[in-house]
Design a protein around this ligand. Structure first.
Ligand SMILES: Nc1nc2c(ncn2[C@@H]2O[C@H](COP(=O)(O)OP(=O)(O)OP(=O)(O)O)[C@@H](O)[C@H]2O)c(=O)[nH]1
Ligand SMILES: [Mg+2]
Ligand SMILES: [Zn+2]
Length: 340
């Protein structure tokens, strides 16, 4: 640890956190990848390569994820996941009412979208994933070599989204990488999110200076990516930052509020005549005139999605409570049996 103080990212209170667990002999580590029910963990204070470890069954409900700080017992099993600071969560793909934690302990979300035609609707969703847990988000528009107006587009989008910065980069001519490196201070954990083919893995390779991550051209027919990256993985950069490469998101289902992204609509809505104004055809609406109709439509779609999700969360919580009561009853019955 001494020679490379930021090899794992920042966790200044690690020793105290481990001591508080009341699990004798545990060591700290950080999850760098996940492979079918096992986790690749970089152990703090150990010279060894990352270890592929299993986790205690009680962690099944809320398993470790990439970026997690974990406690490992002397037998080499993960016994606890330490408190997460800054998670990227999305609704799991499909109909399930489940959250998928994409990455934990993220200091900076790099929202990746390619030039020349960055999709603002997708960006709103991607940025929402970050701001939902107050993770600072920076917009990274890739493939700037394909668009002479990349910087202007980045500046325009930065005014419309709650991002801390926005830049246009090119892996082909290395435009923008100096600015990107400034965001990646030593000890920072950054995570890339964006659609397949956006250039996330290419960005990692360019930062590393080696072709570590596999990349593939987008399909010529429709410009879509080929879902080349299939696992999430945390990679140490030469400058002392860590970067999490992720598979392209097919569906950006939101798990938590998108309100921050549409702060402007909320602010204007305070002047609508009706408190529950939907900004459709209500008289005295302060939003309809002031906001781009496409943006308003995006807001409406997200609001509806969030409502549906809230319903489904409520149903799922009820179902869980019912099954918990049932299993408590079964346990009590078994106990009673033993006593006879
Ligand atoms: N012209 C140009 N092409 C780029 C740039 N960055 C990436 N590409 C190309 O875009 C394609 C997709 O890049 P990847 O890095 O594989 O994209 P990804 O986001 O990792 O995709 P998934 O792993 O499928 O999610 C590749 O052919 C890259 O060479 C760039 O700056 N300029
Ligand atoms: Mg990739
Ligand atoms: Zn209104």
């Amino acid at each position: 640890m001494e020679h490379e103080p930021f090899e794992f990212g920042r966790r200044p209170e690690l020793a105290a956190e481990l001591a508080e667990l009341d699990e004798p002999g545990v060591a700290g580590g950080r999850v760098v990848a996940q492979h079918s029910g096992r986790w690749l963990v970089n152990m703090v204070g150990s010279e060894t390569e990352p270890q592929l470890l299993s986790a205690r069954s009680r962690l099944r409900q809320d398993p470790p994820t990439v970026g997690d700080w974990v406690a490992v017992d002397p037998e080499g099993a993960i016994v606890a996941v330490l408190a997460r600071h800054g998670v990227l969560v999305r609704r799991a793909a499909g109909e399930a009412t489940a959250a998928q934690v994409l990455a934990a302990n993220v200091d900076l979300a790099l929202i990746v979208e390619p030039l020349p035609d960055p999709n603002q609707r997708r960006l709103e969703r991607l940025v929402s994933i970050a701001v939902a847990d107050s993770v600072p988000a920076a917009l990274v528009l890739t493939k700037a070599d394909l668009d002479p107006d990349g910087d202007a587009t980045a500046a325009r989008l930065a005014r419309q989204l709650p991002v801390t910065s926005a830049l246009a980069v090119s892996a082909v001519d290395r435009t923008g990488f100096d600015a990107l490196l400034k965001l990646l201070e030593p000890g920072t954990t950054a995570a890339l999110i964006g659609r397949s083919g956006a250039g996330k893995s290419t960005l990692v390779n360019t930062l590393l200076g080696v072709e570590r991550q596999a990349t593939q051209p987008v399909r010529a027919s429709d410009g879509r990516g080929r879902h080349v990256t299939v696992t999430r993985e945390m990679i140490a950069l030469p400058g002392g930052a860590l970067i999490i490469d992720t598979p392209g998101l097919r569906e950006v289902g939101l798990w938590d509020g998108a309100q921050a992204v549409f702060a402007e609509i909320d602010r204007l809505a305070a002047d609508c005549r009706f408190a529950d104004c939907q900004h459709e055809s209500e008289p005295g609406c302060a939003v309809r005139e002031a906001v781009d109709p496409a943006e308003l439509a995006a807001w409406r779609k997200l609001a509806r999605e969030q409502e549906e999700l809230a319903d489904r969360k409520a149903v799922a919580a009820e179902r869980k409570e019912r099954s918990r009561t049932l299993s408590r009853r079964i346990k009590a019955m078994k106990r009673a049996d033993r006593h006879h």
